[in-house]
Design a protein around this ligand. Structure first.
Ligand code: HEM
Length: 242
């Protein structure tokens, strides 16, 4: 099967750039659509629709959502906009919808959590000894991921953010780095044991997260070097790059 993350990245960029204006104007519509997609994919699996649906629909459409690849691609776009030069036109454009895009990604991730959680969380809490070590580790990691993702999502809503002190909001949003790192660990724990079949995915995820790490560390180092000269504006700049 093709690497879902690559096609997801292409689709995410088309979606984010193509719907940029609409997302800015009416983010609520996109949140509602994301919830509708989650409900549809859960029904698709829970009610056995996938058994009668054409195979291509499951393989090329539903799997992008179900496997968490599309939502992860949205997180990747959010990550990279914080690590790239904000003066570039495309980065600036994406920066304007960073908050809504991360909320849409969190909502879509819930579909992946519900579909895989139905099986793996039930076993995790009732009979963990029955699980393969890698599935057990991935499920435990995903508990932490969900515990981080929910507060990140809730505080990304403008209404909630507006009620928080800027300092507290910024501190909480720093958890996003731990979340990004855990996504990589989650995928590696699941895919490295299947390396002969999943080596392309392992390679693609490693390049995506590795390049991000380099870009983010470089940007932070540059910002630190510039800080004494322009403390006030840097505070604003750092806040934007969380
Ligand atoms: C917080 C959220 C989570 C995120 C961001 C996330 C992300 C991902 C990603 C990116 C993949 C690889 C998709 C691909 O490229 O094919 C994946 C695979 C997987 N995830 Fe998650 N995940 C999360 C939570 C969970 C939870 C809660 C479970 C179950 C308890 C789970 C179970 C799995 C399994 C079993 C796979 C392997 C799928 C396969 O090989 O077909 N994930 N996840």
């Amino acid at each position: 099967m093709y690497p879902y993350i690559l096609i997801s990245l292409v689709l995410t960029l088309i979606f984010a750039l193509g719907c940029h204006g609409a997302i800015r104007k009416r983010p609520g519509v996109f949140y509602a659509l994301a919830v509708a997609v989650v409900v549809a994919e859960v029904v698709y699996y829970v009610c056995g629709v996938y058994e009668v649906a054409p195979e291509w629909l499951t393989d090329y459409v539903v799997n992008l959502f179900k496997r968490g690849a599309l939502s992860t691609a949205m997180f990747v776009v959010v990550m990279y906009t914080g690590a790239l030069d904000a003066k570039r036109p495309m980065v600036r454009r994406l920066m304007g919808i960073r908050g809504p895009l991360s909320i849409i990604a969190c909502l879509l991730t819930l579909g992946h959590n519900i579909i895989y959680g139905r099986k793996h969380f039930v076993t995790l809490f009732t009979n963990p000894g029955q699980m393969k070590p890698q599935t057990l580790a991935a499920a435990l990691i995903s508990v932490v991921m969900i515990a981080i993702m929910i507060p990140l999502m809730v505080t990304s809503f403008q209404a909630v953010r507006g009620k928080m002190k800027a300092k507290d909001w910024k501190r909480l949003q720093r958890l996003a780095y731990a979340f990004f790192a855990l996504i990589y660990v989650h995928v590696m724990v699941l895919f490295v044991p299947k390396l002969p079949k999943k080596w392309v995915d392992v390679l693609v995820y490693t390049v995506i997260f590795g390049v991000y790490l380099i870009l983010r560390v470089t940007k932070a180092a540059k910002a630190k070097g510039q800080k004494p000269a322009c403390c006030a504006s840097m505070e604003r700049y750092e806040k934007k790059t969380v």
